[in-house]
Ligand binder design. Sequence first.
Ligand SMILES: [Zn+2]
Length: 182
Amino acid sequence: MEAAERWRASAGEIEAWMDRAVDMAKDALENGEVPVGCLMVYNNEIVGKGRNEVNETKNATRHAEMVAIDQVLDWCQQHKKQPEEVFTHTVLYVTVEPCIMCAAALRIMKIPLVVYGCQNERFGGCGSVLNISSATLTDTGEPFQCIAGYRSEEAVEMLKTFYRQENPNAPKSKVRKKEFSK
Ligand SMILES: [Zn+2]
């Protein structure tokens, strides 16, 4: 709880970083990926960023957050910093609520605060489907605090645009198409 108290981002900071995250989500959309973009900010510096790369890499785990975590690990190595010291002082800005997988990864890395845009109604791990962010899971890292709703309308619009398009790498499933063709 103490950690959560210390990690308050100001509205101005949030708007500036979310702006960058939205740009990354747009880049994902333009490249045929699920439009999710994120940044990891440590000491007012971007130490990792990512956008969804699942189609490009043909690897279902390459969500924006996982890409960003790997970049932070590289940054730690380059700057000879302990990952735990960096991650426990890093804020994640992401356009969409992290999914269950990513929320668990963020707990394991001990990120204290996640600022996100819209809800992830299908896979959300911060309340929409499961509440991995705040659950009592003694062997899975630390719970983290969430601030939701920044730029959520744009984030939703991008997701809708993506799912309206044909995704050439998606499994052929009528159920899936129907669900997404709102
Ligand atoms: Zn995810």
